[in-house]
Design a protein around this ligand. Sequence first.
Ligand code: PMV
Length: 340
Amino acid sequence: MTNSIECIAPSNIALVKYWGKKGIQIPQNPSLSFTLSESRTTTRMTWEEGHYQTEFLFEGNQSHSFEKKIIDYRELWEKNYPDLKKYSLKIESSNSFPHSAGIASSASSMASLSLCFSELLKSEGVLDLEEKKFFQNASDFSRLGSGSACRSVYGGVVTWGQWREGTSDEYASEIPELTEKWNDWGDAILLVSSSEKPVSSRQGHALMETHPYAEARFKHAKSRMNELYNVMLNEDKMRFCDIVETEALELHGLMMNSNPSFILIKPESLGIIEKVRAFRKETMIPACFTLDAGPNIHLLYPLEKKKEVVDFIKSELTPLLEDGKWIDDKIGTGPVINNA
Ligand code: PMV
């Protein structure tokens, strides 16, 4: 008998960044993110008992570079759940955003894949966990695929890393009291460059092992988590903007003074940063920027100010964007699982 499951997992944008790890994908500091809505990966897993096989199609085509990663990831699951070895698997994955856009898809793709493995094991009676533990387990395995992916298993405002009761270094968890207050925020993803990054996140995390400011950074990130949490709880939007921007620049500062050093922002990224700050000052609209380990800018803003923000993007930022492109995203509610 053949069975099939479809898992859609969104990407996420970190406000306090995970940068540096120890052991097996254990973060050196806690992080906090907004789960997105429109930027997502859909994975369909079809399984059949019989000969052992792993077929992987990315956007309908065979992809050897991804296939190796998928096979390694399957083996990791099999170490914990040997029953998986009974199945021939067909895994078909696609992203809602263009692969060449320069947006990291590892979070959404590993989260959707982890959820598919979890659902397969559940429907075969191998995994029998109540809902909360089921998602913690899926988040734990997502983390092993790509650290930040563990946050994509949940919607709204999500945290990963031990910093308060109920949080863990092994899996992420929702912060419902913040989601309730921040679920109407937009994220305009401003595409500055789609060229391949000169440093992978794996190399980036490794740079923190010998970084002269590593200890100070890890300590500071922990206190920043507490500060951001309180600011968000009190809905102090202007202070939120200051913290989020400082944190993003700190990440890039760390990369600039790593050995070897990397500069991932482009002149256009800097141009946008300056314009966003001027826009906030002039209009008093709490719109702010953050960046992942790349040149693209995430412009975060309250959706009630969408018209003003979109006008600002169109009139002032479009010339700084690659082909004038940006993605109209917002906070989302998390993964969707479709049976059959
Ligand atoms: O999950 P990774 O290993 O791709 O690392 C993600 C690193 C950042 O995007 C820069 C920060 C984060 O917390 O998402």
